[in-house]
Design a protein around this ligand. Structure first.
Ligand SMILES: [Zn+2]
Length: 206
């Protein structure tokens, strides 16, 4: 396929890669992933108001993803990974029952998809948003992927590994540390789990 070269004499066919023909740059992030409404160079959010708004909106997406787990009778946990620029890199929900896979937790699946999107296992600077505090396995995956920040909804006093029962991601002995932002839309995240367990009394949460 051949195309005539763009020139100043041909204003109907502007070359989209030429900077002088681009729209004004408002800081819209480039790179892999899906652009999100607030991805305008202000991610991660600074200040209480911005954090509440942005993390709350991301948690809403994770809650929506979690709700899909109910179709396969899985514990409703949802997760997503956001790039340092604020784009969506990966989404996951608990699929343990659906796939008969004990490792198919929401966080692991979101991390795998994010790595595939980036083409790299290194998720440095990325934020993982999850409706329930990660377990030991997922905390390990977060460390191995070099995730910078975990934003979680409901704490898990029975099996949580980012501050409740264990604190794997902030262990003094490890070389990688993770920022933990807890309790984002905690009531909604907890309510979804409580509703599930009101009809499923088989023990483990995820
Ligand atoms: Zn887990």
């Amino acid at each position: 396929m051949t195309q005539p070269p763009a020139s100043d004499a041909d204003p109907v066919r502007p070359d989209p890669v030429r900077p002088d023909h681009r729209q004004p740059d408002h800081g819209t992030p480039t790179g892999p992933g899906l652009a999100l409404p607030w991805a305008d160079g202000t991610f991660p959010p600074v200040g209480l108001g911005a954090r509440t708004q942005v993390y709350g909106a991301l948690m809403g997406m994770a809650l929506h993803e979690a709700s899909h787990a109910l179709a396969s009778d899985d514990v409703p946990v949802g997760a997503l990974v956001v790039s340092p620029q604020g784009t969506l890199l990966g989404v996951g929900r608990n699929r343990r029952e659906e796939g008969g896979d004990p490792t198919a937790h929401a966080e692991v699946l979101a991390i795998r998809q994010a790595a595939a999107t980036l083409g790299s296992w290194r998720l440095e600077g990325c934020t993982l948003v999850v409706t329930l505090e990660p377990c030991v396995m997922c905390a390990g995956a977060i460390m191995l992927a070099r995730v910078a920040r975990v934003v979680l909804g409901a704490w898990d006093p029975k099996a949580g590994a980012t501050g409740s029962v264990w604190d794997v991601v902030r262990d003094r002995r490890s070389t990688h540390r993770v920022e933990v932002v807890g309790g984002v839309r905690e009531d909604e995240c907890g309510a979804m789990l409580r509703d599930y367990f009101a009809t499923h009394r088989d023990g483990t949460r995820e």
